[in-house]
Design a protein around this ligand. Structure first.
Ligand SMILES: [Mg+2]
Length: 574
């Protein structure tokens, strides 16, 4: 029942009014003074206040002013009962925030009608705000539990739905991890808006293939998760996976392009593989990784011998996502010795990661993860910028450096706009292009020969040098190398280490050097650790040596001191 508070100094008049209000179906209270009225209003929060102008301790304007200054009562409807027929008095009443003003004498019906009108208005306002609040709450819910691009559940809602499914499903549950292949390349080539629209269309098609009640969630960029309950037989899961992949294999129309998508699917089973959702997710991911390595449109069930990401790897990935912005990377530089003239003429930039808790984390640990997650693009770009800036500084100091080598990962090499990025970086650093040498592994070059040649030509046109890194480990053929616009071969350290006592490696090393020279290439031997190895390389007329014998990778300041010392020694008079 709605509560009305009446504040009035005349006992007899007020008691009649209270009776009339109660008869109209409201709960009514009466107090005699303004002070008591304000106290009761604060204590009981009435739905409406009816107040006389003339009170024993103050007037109705005073009560109204106090109410409008009180956060709790600021919007409580207020009706003033007055006997003053004065226009200014009425104006002031309304200006102070009264909702109505009744001039005596008035009938009971008029008072009840005024109360009803004010309460109705107040209800309408409350409903209006409530509907806004409800919309805001729904929006917040969507943001928290749904992916904003595809409108699919996110990982939080997926977890909740999975737990619910475990409670209701009598049969095993399949957890499918589905990844769209090549999405990154599509983003690079056609741009992110096209990639986003493709993701939306792909998610609609996936949804259309699923039985009712099955949860489809988007977990990360190109990865979806599906929880399929009541699985009677693994064959049903395989059939569904095939239907999902078939659904995606029809062409997608994007403005100006037709795009074909393939997918890979990994499956883990509840409760057979595990009863723990995080473990099941990792098992499905391990199966997915296996599927990706086989061929496009492949579905793989988890098997116990598959490597599942450990807690450590998951933690490492989280750390890696923040490492760049937290400034935890450092570029080290390893010197390269010109075997002909004895000068240090080049350095290779090598990334190091100093984590505040875990200490130094080796590139062997984090680079594959950075490649897998795509973080390598940003990290590689940072290394390139840092190395170019540093090379420019050393050039200005006249330390005798002729080139700065920077490693490119295969993910970076295959990104669409590499040429533009490198050109921009060179421009920003002010480094002459001929000083920069980009190292690309044989494996990266072998992935897509035609695309590789195109990218290499684009880079070559900038005027920079190009090196094939880890040469000898990627089975590239001589005829293939001939087609590439490269300047340098870096022979992998597995052919250099212990070469003095290994006749087979001596033959490989010597013929690689000769072959490289025949193609007009400069040869760098990696992993040189002993003076005998260096002597042999000199005999074979290798051009450059890099390895612990010459110098370990070191921070920029140490490398600078090292170069300054060597220059001072070389320039000493005999
Ligand atoms: Mg290298």
């Amino acid at each position: 029942m709605q509560k009305i508070l009446l504040i009035g100094s005349s006992k007899s008049q007020s008691s009649t009014t209270v009776q009339k209000i109660a008869a109209a179906g409201y709960a009514a209270d009466w107090v005699e003074t303004g002070t008591a009225g304000l106290e009761m209003a604060r204590a009981q929060n009435p739905n409406l206040v009816v107040c006389d102008w003339d009170l024993n301790d103050c007037n109705g304007h005073h009560v109204l002013k106090q109410m409008r200054q009180d956060l709790q009562l600021v919007v409580t409807p207020f009706i003033l009962l007055s006997s003053l027929y004065d226009h200014r008095h009425l104006r002031q009443t309304m200006q102070l925030g009264a909702d109505d003003c009744l001039l005596r004498p008035f009938s009971d019906e008029i008072l009840i009608a005024a109360i009803a009108a004010r309460l109705k208005h107040q209800d309408a306002i409350a409903n209006h705000y409530l509907s806004h609040l409800r919309l805001a709450a729904e929006h917040l819910n969507r943001l928290s539990y749904y992916d904003s691009l595809t409108k699919l559940p996110n990982h939080l809602l997926f977890e909740q739905r999975f737990i619910q499914l475990v409670k209701t499903s009598q049969q095993p549950i399949a957890l499918l991890s589905l990844s769209l292949d090549r999405l990154r390349q599509i983003n690079n080539i056609l741009g992110y808006p096209a990639g986003d629209s493709l993701l939306q269309s792909a998610s609609h098609r996936l949804q259309a293939c699923l039985p009712t009640g099955t949860t489809l969630a988007r977990l990360t960029g190109n990865q979806f998760a599906i929880a399929l309950g009541h699985v009677e037989h693994p064959g049903a899961v395989r059939k569904l996976a095939t239907e999902l992949m078939d659904g995606l294999s029809r062409p997608f129309s994007l403005p100006g392009h037709e795009v074909f998508l393939t997918a890979s699917v990994g499956v883990s089973m509840y409760p057979e593989n595990s009863q723990d959702l995080p473990v099941l997710m990792r098992q499905a991911d391990a199966a997915l990784e296996y599927a990706k390595r086989q061929k496009s449109n492949y579905c793989q069930f988890y098997q116990s011998d598959m490597a599942v990401a450990t807690e450590h790897q998951i933690r490492l990935e989280t750390w890696l996502r923040y490492a760049l912005e937290r400034d935890e990377f450092e570029v080290y530089y390893q010197p390269q010795l010109n075997l002909c003239n004895g000068h240090i003429e080049g350095v290779e930039a090598l990334i190091r990661w100093h984590h505040p808790e875990a200490g130094t984390i080796s590139p062997g640990q984090f680079i594959p993860l950075a490649e897998e997650t795509g973080l390598i693009i940003a990290i590689g770009q940072w290394v390139l910028e840092t190395a170019c800036r540093q090379a420019r500084q050393w050039q200005d100091m006249n330390l005798g450096l002729r080139h700065m080598s920077v490693n490119l990962s295969s993910v970076q090499f295959n990104q669409g706009n590499l040429g533009k990025q490198v050109a921009k970086t060179l421009f920003k650093s002010g480094l002459s292009p001929r000083v920069l040498e980009l190292e690309i592994t044989e494996t990266a070059l072998m992935q897509d020969a035609n695309a590789a040649i195109h990218t290499l030509n684009e880079l070559k046109n900038l005027g920079i040098r190009l090196a094939v890194d880890d040469f000898g480990t990627g089975y590239s053929s001589l005829s293939y190398l001939q087609k590439l616009p490269i300047d340098t071969l870096k022979i992998d350290n597995c052919f250099v280490r212990g070469v003095t006592t290994d006749p087979k490696n001596q033959i490989i090393l010597q013929s690689a050097i000769n072959m490289g020279h025949d193609l007009g290439l400069s040869i760098v031997a990696e992993g040189v650790e002993t003076a005998d190895e260096q002597s042999l390389l000199e005999i074979y007329q290798c051009d450059f040596a890099q390895g612990y014998l010459i110098g370990k990778p070191m921070p920029s300041q140490l490398l600078q001191t090292y170069l300054e010392k060597r220059r001072a020694r070389v320039s000493l008079p005999l």
